[in-house]
Ligand binder design. Structure first.
Ligand SMILES: [Fe+2]
Length: 302
């Protein structure tokens, strides 16, 4: 029998398309001005890439807030997708020609395990499907080559249709199902929760969207919540973070309401290890942290 799989590292990897725009990859049509508004986040992603560059993993799993599905949780279910992904809010910044492979066997295993948890699940079998910019941005910023297969999971509407508490319970169950599927299929997986922290944002932008004089947190309430949450992560208080999540979501308009962070914590079995903060910064006033839970290193230490 093959070796059981494991989650190597889990990351909070937010997806502002601005960061792809600033990096000027050839796949993205708009060109950056180079004015430098988002340097703290770009440097944070560089630190994350450095931290994971020698790790052994064979698939990247991402839970994305920008593939919103009304009936249940969906997974990409076709081995190859290519096309043009456009951010509907920022088409001036993100028109990205994507070409990526999907680990359909693992996606199907997550689907099956999550059904056992009582969740409504669906496989996306349309080969023409336009992959959302959250999936693409987080993957690009963590591993720009797109040379490993991915698994992408949609954001179901449970938080919005029922309650934040019901949403949290579903995402923990989906996380547990993800962990079991990774173990059963023998994968070594890198997990990405593709969401911001606080998410109150400006509704206009300057002539140059990369103008650093425009960029700052929307209000101090958000900043305080973000730093509190990062402190809980850094000190290994993930259980307390989950207890406070509904308040964080309500009071800081957190993008965690799409479930990505809770899914990640659930998949990692709510670890009480200290997370590493690689960077924090704002994009159009939202708070974004790049955070790593290095499970493989923690295992070696133990
Ligand atoms: Fe977003």
């Amino acid at each position: 029998m093959s070796e059981p799989g494991r989650i190597v590292t889990g990351c909070l990897a937010p997806h502002p398309p601005h960061l792809v725009y600033a990096a000027n990859p050839e796949q993205n049509e708009p060109r950056s001005s180079g004015a430098g508004a988002w340097a703290p986040l770009l440097e944070g992603y560089a630190r994350l890439r450095e931290s994971i560059k020698d790790k052994e993993y064979d698939v990247i799993l991402v839970h994305t807030p920008h593939w919103k599905t009304c009936v249940g949780h969906h997974l990409l279910g076709v081995p190859h997708f290519e096309g043009l992904s456009v951010d509907p809010i920022f088409p001036n910044l993100f028109r990205f020609h994507f070409d990526l492979q999907v680990d359909v066997e693992l996606a199907q295993a997550i689907h099956d395990e999550a059904e056992k948890e009582g969740l409504v699940m669906n496989m996306m079998r349309n080969p023409e499907f336009r992959v959302d910019y959250g999936t693409i941005t987080s993957n690009y910023l963590v591993r720009p080559a797109f040379d490993l297969p991915i698994v992408a999971i949609s954001s179901a509407r449970t938080y919005f249709d029922y309650s934040d508490e019901a949403g949290e319970r579903e995402m923990l169950a989906l996380g547990a199902a993800t962990k079991r599927a990774v173990e059963k299929t023998g994968r070594k997986a890198l997990l990405l929760a593709s969401c911001s922290l606080s998410h109150r944002h400006f509704t206009d932008e300057p002539a140059d969207p990369e103008d650093p004089s425009f960029e700052h947190i929307y209000n101090e309430n958000q900043s305080k919540w973000d730093h509190h949450v990062m402190n809980l992560m850094q000190t290994g208080q993930t259980r307390r973070l989950l207890e406070e999540m509904p308040d964080f979501i309500a009071q800081a308009n957190a993008e965690c309401r799409d479930g990505s962070l809770t899914w990640l914590l659930g998949a990692m079995d709510v670890p009480n290890m200290e997370a590493k903060i690689h960077g924090y910064g704002t994009v159009i006033g939202t708070g974004n942290a790049i955070v790593e839970w290095d499970l493989a290193a923690a295992e070696v230490q133990a």
